[in-house]
Design a protein around this ligand. Structure first.
Ligand code: R1P
Ligand code: MN
Ligand code: MN
Length: 403
């Protein structure tokens, strides 16, 4: 009986997408640019041997405009390709929903980049509903920069720090002790309700600790309040058919808890991988173990830290054999991403990129499935693997798995 594992390397693009110009992202390439950074600044090639064997580097060379320095390159075993995104946005929910068969074809609501980010009447409603008499921030910002800038004023005044980005998000940073974690969650739930008309994808609680910019640190207690996916995803179909969907990390939040049977939260790439491996060891038949590795995006991509991103990728690559060792003979592992987040790109936002599409089981041969026109090809393949009805979007590459 089938089991599948999906690992999302959050923000790991492998070449600018065909429509990157619409996003100002032409020549963004998360993988290539961090490899080039290593070559130029660390005087060595990035080492991702296990991923390369699965076809990552071969896929990236096809997806990007040119080759780049990286240690191992040749594919040995695994289905490999790269996918463009159908969804209108380059945000996390769009990427995730699309990879499970539901592209976001409508336009999200966004907040303006210049002037105050949030409409005055919205803030008035939020103040009335929450009892606070104002907000700090009210702009586009990087989450770490803005707590450094406004953290002390937040502690002094007690007002929440509200900010946004190029994504359809309303983010609230607040101190875990001074403001209170539960209070922050309640505040975000109220904002979520008040945003109903505006089609904003997520409200995100961003708790932090520390007493000064020197030691302000965001904690693992981040919480995302997402709107519901616009249609049933493969997760819904699988659970309805009696299968089991295990969320590791923020997957459950991203899918607004739809189609999730069980969830494990963990902080950091190692803890997320440990939790994934422990589920691989124990999950029943017909299970999908679905893990989001947020730290690539949150700690390195948005922070524009190519060294951190590259080291994390090398570390992930080193741990991949542990994941494979835990797999049963007929388990299928899928590796992909939800958008790009090129750590060498200007600004601090996501980048519109192709994502890797890698699929592996212990008997698989090396098969190049080339360019895919939607992340939904992954969902369609998973639907076929679990013998679910065909999804409206996506072309299955199940045959390439030769199961
Ligand atoms: O800068 P931080 O707070 O990490 O925010 C980033 O994280 C958000 C959610 O992925 C994105 O919209 C981006 O703004
Ligand atoms: Mn993401
Ligand atoms: Mn992000």
């Amino acid at each position: 009986m089938a089991r599948a594992i999906v690992l999302v390397i959050d923000g790991f693009g492998i070449g600018h997408a065909p429509d990157a110009a619409d996003f100002g992202d032409v020549s963004a390439n998360t993988f290539a640019n961090l490899a080039r950074y290593f070559y130029e600044h660390e005087q060595r090639e990035l080492k991702v041997t296990n991923l390369a064997k699965m076809g990552l580097v071969a896929a990236a060379f096809q997806a990007g405009d040119s080759r780049f320095p990286v240690q191992a390159q040749e594919p040995e075993q695994g289905v490999y390709g790269y996918a463009a995104e159908l969804s209108t946005g380059k945000d996390t929910p769009s990427g995730h929903w699309e990879m499970m068969g539901v592209p976001v074809l409508f336009d999200w609501g966004y907040f303006p980049k210049h002037g105050n980010a949030f409409p005055a009447d919205l803030i008035t409603k939020i103040n009335q509903a929450t009892g606070y008499n104002g907000i700090l921030g009210d702009c586009h910002a990087s989450g770490t920069d803005i707590i450094n800038k406004l953290g002390q004023e937040h502690i002094k005044t007690g007002l929440p720090i509200c900010y946004t980005s190029a994504d359809s998000v309303f983010q609230v940073a607040a101190h875990e002790q001074h403001f209170g974690l539960e209070n922050l969650y309640r505040y975000c739930e109220t904002v979520r309700e008040l945003l109903e008309e505006m089609n904003i994808g997520r409200v995100i609680a961003r708790p932090f600790i520390g007493e000064s910019p020197a030691d302000f640190t965001r904690t693992g207690n981040r919480r995302d309040y997402s709107i519901l996916p616009p249609a049933a995803t493969v997760l819904d179909k699988l659970t309805q058919a009696g299968g089991h969907v295990i969320s590791v990390g923020k997957i459950a939040d991203i899918y607004a808890h739809q189609g999730i049977s069980e969830k494990t939260k963990a902080t950091g790439i190692d803890a997320l991988l440990d939790a994934t491996i422990s589920h691989i060891n124990s999950a029943q038949d017909n299970s999908l173990i679905f893990t989001n590795l947020v730290n690539f995006d949150q700690d390195y991509g948005h922070r524009r830290d190519p060294l951190g991103f590259g080291l994390a990728l090398e570390h992930f690559d080193q741990r991949l054999p542990e994941v494979i060792a835990a797999m049963r003979e007929d388990d299928v592992l899928f590796l992909t991403a939800d958008h790009g987040c090129d750590p060498t790109w200007h600004g601090t936002d996501h980048t519109r990129e192709y994502v890797p599409v890698l699929a592996f089981h212990k008997q698989v041969r090396s098969v190049n499935i080339g360019e895919r026109s939607s992340f939904a090809d992954i969902g369609q393949t998973i639907a076929e693997l679990f013998k679910l009805e065909k999804m409206p979007y996506g072309t299955s590459f199940f045959k390439a798995l030769n199961l």
